[in-house]
Each structure stands twice: as C-alpha cells, then as structure tokens.
Design a protein around this ligand. Sequence first.
Ligand SMILES: *Cc1c(COP(=O)(O)O)cnc(C)c1O
Length: 349
Amino acid sequence: MSHIIDLRSDTVTRPTPAMREAMRSAPVGDDVYGEDPTVERLQASAAERLGHEAALFFPSGTQSNLVALLTHCGRGDEYLVGSDAHTYRYEGGGAAVLGGIQPQPVPSNEDGALDLDAAESLVKPRDPHFARTRLLCLENTWHGRVQALDTMAAAAAFARRHDLAVHLDGARVANAAVALDVSLARIGALFDSVSLCLSKGLGAPVGSILCGRAAWIEEARRWRKVVGGGMRQIGVIAAAAELALTDGFGGLARDHRLAGELERALATVLTDRCCGIDVRSGWTQSNMVWLDVDTRHGESLPSVLREHGVHVGSGRGALRLVLHRDIPDDAPSRVAAAFADYLRRAPDH
Ligand SMILES: *Cc1c(COP(=O)(O)O)cnc(C)c1O
C-alpha cells in the first residue's frame, strides 16, 4: 500500500519488519505481577530518556493522561487546561466522568501557549465555595505547533508559585524535542509528569508512556488497574514500543523536513488566496501542515485527492496534513499535483 499517501494522522503507521521481529521474539511475563522483562526494560529506558525516576506503559495516550489526572487530583479538585487541549476536548471528559475532577479551561494564545494572566485569575482561593485547584496541564506539540522551552518554563514557574503540580500531555513531545533540538530530558525536567505516545510519529502499533517520580508512578499503577489498563504478557507490544523510542525517534527529523517541503510545494499551487484553500503560514513547525479550507471544498476536495491516492481527513474549515514514517519521500510533489488537479477540475473557485 506504499502508493497511498495517508496524511490523516501519524497514528496510521504500520509496524516495521524490525518491530514484527522484536515482537515475535520478545521475552514476556505477567505485567500485572511486574514480571514482564520487556515491559520493565521499556519503562526503564523511557524514564531515563525523559529524565524521570520511573515510567509506566499504557495502552493509549488517553488512558495515560486520565491516570495522570486521577493520580494528581482527587474528587472535587480542579485542573487548569487549555480550552483547546486534547485532555479537555478530545478525551471524553474522562477526568470529570471517572474522577470527579473539574476541568477549568484556560484560553490559549494563537501559538498554543496558555494565557498565564487568565490562568492567574482562574486559580481558586482556598475557600469551601470552590473546587481545589491542584494541577496545570500543558500540551506540546499543540496541533503540530512547538512550545518553546521558555514558554513551558514560564507556565511551570506559574504553577509552582501557586503550589500546583504540572503535567505535560506530551503525546508528540518527541516531535517537540526534535524541533527544539533538545533532549527529551530537558523538557521532562520542567514537569512532575509527562505522557508520551509511542503510536504516533514514533511508529509503535500501540502504547503510551507516563513518567514521574517513583512513588507517584506506584500510585499511577494502582489507578491504571482501576481503569482497566492492567495488561498481562504485554511484552509483545512493548518490544515494538522500544524500537519506536530508538529508531522511531531518529526518523522524526525527516518527517519535519518533509512537512516543510510539502508546505512549499503547496504554496506554489495555492497562490495568493486563489481559491479558498490557504496554507496557514507559520504553523508548519513539526510534522503537520495546516490548511484553511472554505466549506465549499469540504466534500469534493478529499474525494478528488483520494483518486490520487492522497488521504486527508474531512476537516471542518481546517485541514491538517500529517507527515510520518509511512509517507514516501516524493509525497510533497505528488500531493501538490493532486491539489493542482483538484483546482483544475473544481468548477467554482
Ligand atoms: C493522540 C493524542 C492523545 C491521546 O492519545 P491516544 O493514544 O489516541 O488515546 C493525547 N493528547 C494529544 C495531544 C494527542 O494528540
């Protein structure tokens, strides 16, 4: 299927032959008993990379974020979170549903940084009228946009001033580290806990990692069991995840380069607001290119692109093109040609 260019998400990558081989031969045990050597090795190496004491393997990023929230906050507590953050908008409200944790959305600036002045006014006084504000949750990358070290450090300092813990939803923190040209540990050091998805650009078929202090991770292990995330001979999956952290990490710079090439190739086709499809300038900072797409293209554009073997989501107003390991090197020119063909054929632009 290598002729297909699937730009919908970096979650669509297939395990590499090396991953399949590692999965076949992985030593395993019952991980609920802490007896799976492959999981243990993955967790140790992930903790070391992020500069944290301990790490825990999860089936999904949603569950690792949920467990982070359950571990930091109790019933009647509150967490501050970007109003367009994944944990707030795209995880089914799990912290409220399952933990009695109130989200307090905070407006974010256009670059994804939280408005700390607004956040300041949203921290609740210690008074029985209010939920207890306990935690600040950040996200990096945010819609493919990279939060700078200074931005993250300022938010973390704000949290410490208010005696709040800080969690990073780092589903794509590996992309952020590559884009910032810093180690994962440099970012990890700013946070009490970090979640990281292994199944996105890093290319594992399944899995997410949560890092933190050892005692905190022990508590998180309990919550993972409570939400049904205790898994058994899961070394078969962890073996692929280990390769995601090594080989997968090494491939991200190429995805970012390809995103830049795609942006430039599209700019030659989508000239000067020609047609209600515009590249969002300044948004290509990691492995995503964003387009603003007039609603009149909503259905016809994806279907014409699909004829060219280019798969995109059906965005409402905005379209995100996500580069990843299974995107071929010649994708930028092929995708630009598919857009050009669409514009030739579209009757009304
Ligand atoms: C994908 C994603 C998650 C959740 O990960 P799943 O493995 O899909 O549950 C969390 N946060 C962000 C920012 C994501 O992009």
